[in-house]
Design a protein around this ligand. Structure first.
Ligand code: G1P
Ligand code: ZN
Length: 544
C-alpha cells in the first residue's frame, strides 16, 4: 500500500466554533489546510483502527474535492470502512442517523449549514462522535490543540473514487460503501409519525402544503417522503434540486432569506402549511397561512402535543432549550411536571442529556428542533411532526398556536443580528457589558427593574463539565430578558446577536406586533450596550 507521510506546518486558526470549523472556501483551499485539520482530528481520537466512519456533506461547492481527500486520509490512518452518502451527499440529521444505525465510530460532516456557498462562499467540517452528535467541547479542544502542533499528515496515494453508484469498493485496505441515506431516513420517520393519518390529510383535498428546500440538501429527502410516501401533490416541494451554490441563495429558513416561500404564504390563496429547511437540513421554519410560528413557540407547541403522535405517545422524559431560546417551553414543562434544561447555544450541549435519557425534545431559537431519534437538530423531522399534528388536531396552524398562547401565555420574542461587524469593537461591547454588571444590578428602567445580570455558565448535569462565558443575560423582575452573544459560526468579522423576550399572560394582548411589544427592551439594549456606537450600524441586518 502506498501511504504518504507529508510534512506540513500548523495553521493557527483551526479552532472549531459553535458547529465545527467554518471558513471561506478560499481558506480551505490553501495547500494542506483541510489535511491539517483532518489529521489533527484523527490525532485527537483513539481506537478507530479498523472502525467505521460516516462521511458526507450538504453538497456545497468543494464538497466533492474535500471528500476525496478525507477518504484517502481515513484509509491511510487505518479506518476499516467508510459509509459514504451517494454523490457525497448526506443531510446532517441523516448522517447522525447513519452513525447510530451502523454503530459507527463517528462521522465527518461537510457543511457550513445555511451560509452561502460557491467559490467565494463558505465551507465547513465537523466531527460527530459515536452517539451521532457533534463532538463535545473536550474533543473540539483536543482537535484544536493537535492542529497547533501538527508536523505531518498521512494520505493514501490512490486515484479519486467515483462517488455515484452503489455498493462497495476498496481504497487501500479500507472499504468504502456508498449508501442511499434517503431510504433509511424515510424509514426512521415512518417509525415516529402516523404516515396513514398524514396521507389521509393530503388525500382529503382540503389541505395543501409547500416545502421550500432552497436548492439545498433536503430536496431529495422531502420529495421521497412528502410526495412519494405521503402522497402530497407533485411540486409540493419547491427548489428541490440540490445545487453547489444553492442557486446563489442563502439557504437559511427564516422570514428574510426564505422570501419565495414567505411571499407565497402571505397570498390570499396561500397553502395551509408552509415549511423550509436549510443548507444541511437540520433547521426548519414553520408557517401557517399568513402566520409565522417562532421556533421557540414551535418547540413549546411540540412539547405540549407530543403525546398525540406515535413516536412520543408515552410522554416526554424532559425537554431542553438553549439559553437564548424563549422560555415558552419552560411553561409547558412545568405543566407536564417534567424537567426543562437550559444549555448554552449549540446542539452539542443536548447530546449528554439525550444519551442519559433526561430529555426527549430539545430546541433552539435559531430554527432548530429535534428529539432523541438522532443527535442533531432535524429540519424535516420537525416538519413531519407539525404535519402529523395538523392531521390529528384538524385545525389550522394559527389556531393551534393561538390556543397554546391562551393556555400558557405568549412569550414575545425576537433576535436582532448585526452581521459582519468589526471584531474588535464587538468584543469591546461585550467586555464593557461584563464590566458594568455591578452598576446594572437592581437598576430601574422605567417600570422594569433588573433582577440580575451575568455571563451564562453551564455545568453539564451528566459529566459535570463547565462551559462559561456563554452569553450575557440581563433579566428583569417581571421575567423579561435581553441576551447578548457573539456568533460562533460566522466567517467574516463578528456577528452580534441580541435576543429579546417578554411574557404576556393576557390573551387580549396576544395580537401585538412583536417589535412593538419588545420596543422597551430594544431601547434598553441600545442604552446599556451602545450598539450603534460599537457596530457603526443604526439597525440590525437581520431580525428574526
Ligand atoms: C448559530 C445559532 C445556534 C446554532 C448554530 C448552528 O450559532 O445561533 O443556535 O446551534 O448556529 O446551527 P452562532 O452563530 O450563534 O454561534
Ligand atoms: Zn444547518
Amino acid at each position: 500500500m502506498n501511504i504518504l507521510t507529508i510534512s506540513t506546518t500548523p495553521f493557527d486558526d483551526q479552532k472549531p466554533g459553535t458547529s465545527g470549523l467554518r471558513k471561506k472556501v478560499t481558506v480551505f483551499r490553501q495547500p494542506h489546510y483541510l489535511e491539517n485539520f483532518v489529521q489533527a482530528l484523527f490525532n485527537s481520537l483513539d481506537g478507530y483502527e479498523g472502525a467505521t466512519l460516516v462521511v458526507g456533506g450538504d453538497g456545497r461547492y468543494y464538497n466533492r474535492t474535500a471528500i476525496q481527500t478525507i477518504l484517502k486520509m481515513a484509509a491511510a490512518n487505518g479506518f476499516g470502512r467508510v459509509l459514504l452518502g451517494r454523490d457525497g451527499l448526506l443531510s446532517t440529521p441523516a448522517a447522525s442517523a447513519l452513525i447510530r444505525q451502523h454503530q459507527a465510530f463517528g462521522g465527518i460532516i461537510l457543511s457550513a449549514s445555511h451560509n452561502p456557498a460557491g467559490p467565494d462562499g463558505d465551507f465547513g467540517i465537523k466531527f460527530n462522535t459515536g452517539n451521532g452528535g457533534p463532538a463535545p467541547e473536550n474533543v473540539t479542544e483536543a482537535i484544536y490543540a493537535h492542529s497547533r502542533e501538527i508536523r505531518d499528515y498521512r494520505l493514501l496515494k490512490a486515484p479519486d473514487l467515483g462517488l455515484g453508484g452503489a455498493g462497495e469498493t476498496q481504497l487501500g485496505a479500507m472499504a468504502v460503501e456508498i449508501v442511499d441515506s434517503v431510504v433509511a431516513y424515510a424509514e426512521l420517520m415512518e417509525q415516529l409519525f402516523d404516515f396513514d393519518a398524514i396521507k389521509a390529510l393530503f388525500k382529503s383535498g382540503l389541505f395543501s402544503m409547500c416545502f421550500d428546500a432552497m436548492h439545498a440538501i433536503t430536496g431529495p429527502y422531502a420529495r421521497e417522503i412528502l410526495e412519494h410516501r405521503l402522497g402530497a401533490p407533485v411540486r409540493t416541494v419547491i427548489n428541490a434540486e440540490p445545487l453547489e451554490d444553492f442557486g446563489g441563495g442563502h439557504p437559511d429558513p427564516n422570514l428574510v432569506h426564505a422570501h419565495e416561500l414567505v411571499s407565497l404564504m402571505e397570498d390570499r390563496n396561500a397553502p395551509d402549511f408552509g415549511a423550509a429547511s436549510d443548507g444541511d437540513g437540520d433547521r426548519n421554519m414553520i408557517l401557517g397561512r399568513r402566520f409565522f410560528v417562532t421556533p421557540s413557540d414551535s418547540l413549546a407547541v411540540m412539547a405540549a402535543n407530543a403525546h398525540l403522535l406515535p413516536g412520543y405517545r408515552l410522554g416526554l422524559a424532559g425537554v431542553a432549550r438553549s439559553m437564548p431560546t424563549s422560555m415558552a417551553v419552560d411553561r409547558v414543562a412545568e405543566a407536564l411536571g417534567i424537567e426543562c434544561y437550559e444549555t448554552p447555544t449549540g446542539w452539542k450541549f443536548f447530546g449528554n442529556l439525550l444519551d442519559a435519557g433526561k430529555i426527549t425534545l430539545c430546541g433552539e431559537e435559531s430554527f432548530g428542533t429535534g428529539s432523541d431519534h438522532v443527535r442533531e437538530k432535524d429540519g424535516l423531522w420537525a416538519v413531519l411532526f407539525w404535519l402529523n399534528l395538523l392531521a390529528v388536531r384538524k385545525q389550522p396552524v394559527e389556531r393551534i398556536v393561538r390556543e397554546h398562547w391562551v393556555r400558557y401565555g405568549r412569550n414575545y420574542y425576537s433576535r436582532h443580528d448585526y452581521e459582519g461587524v468589526d471584531a474588535a469593537p464587538a468584543q469591546e461591547l461585550m467586555e464593557r457589558l461584563r464590566g458594568g454588571f455591578d452598576a446594572l444590578q437592581g437598576r430601574q428602567f422605567g417600570s422594569l427593574q433588573v433582577k440580575f445580570c451575568d455571563d451564562f455558565s453551564y455545568t453539564d448535569p451528566v459529566d459535570g463539565s463547565v462551559s462559561s462565558r456563554q452569553g450575557i443575560r440581563i433579566v428583569f423582575q417581571d421575567g423579561s430578558r435581553i441576551v447578548f452573544r457573539l456568533s460562533g459560526t460566522g466567517t467574516v468579522g463578528a456577528t452580534l446577536r441580541v435576543y429579546l423576550e417578554c411574557y404576556e399572560p393576557d390573551r387580549r394582548r396576544h395580537d401585538l406586533d412583536t417589535q412593538e411589544a419588545l420596543a422597551t427592551l430594544i431601547g434598553i439594549a441600545e442604552d446599556v450596550a451602545q450598539i450603534r456606537k460599537h457596530t457603526g450600524r443604526s439597525a440590525p441586518s437581520v431580525i428574526t
